[in-house]
Design a protein around this ligand. Structure first.
Ligand code: CMP
Length: 140
């Protein structure tokens, strides 16, 4: 099915000047960028966005990292977009990510791991609406 997924290029990858290289991975895989904006998240926004992780030990570091610089936020659309984007990203921990994935090629640590991508249709809908509230998602 044609899906939409929320993607974030994190502060480490923005600082490395690889937004275009990462966009090329999306486009070369057949994912279309149907919305995008750059933002420097507030602490409140980062805490809300990652609310599901609020009781995890890494929550504070995650939030502090995500507000350490600007991020590039986009909605990717295409056939099986959610899984396709996760394949392109590779494992959360770049040390475990397969060669040729975004995290293997551009990320340094599990916190500074270059990109975020929604993990399921339910979270994709919530995450897209969080950053692009004007964008209705009717994908079924
Ligand atoms: P992301 O896909 O953005 O979702 C939550 C983030 O928390 C994850 O990528 C990692 O950057 C970060 N994180 C740090 N430690 C862990 C961990 N032990 N397990 C999962 N995510 C972690």
């Amino acid at each position: 099915a044609i899906e939409r997924t929320l993607s974030i290029i994190k502060p480490d990858a923005v600082a490395k000047n690889v937004i275009g290289k990462i966009y090329d991975r999306f486009e070369s895989a057949g994912l279309k960028i149907v919305a995008s904006r750059m933002a420097h998240l507030s602490q409140n926004e980062a805490e809300q966005f990652y609310g599901v992780h609020k009781d995890r030990p890494f929550f504070k570091d995650l939030v502090n990292f995500m507000i350490s610089g600007p991020v590039m936020i986009q909605v990717l659309q295409g056939e099986g977009a959610i899984a396709k984007n996760r394949d392109l990203m590779g494992a959360t921990d770049p040390k475990k990510a397969e060669k040729g994935t975004i995290r293997a090629d551009f990320a340094d640590s599990i916190d500074a791991n270059a990109v975020h991508g929604s993990d399921a249709p339910e979270t994709a809908a919530v995450e897209v609406a969080f950053f692009f509230p004007g964008m209705n998602v009717f994908n079924r």
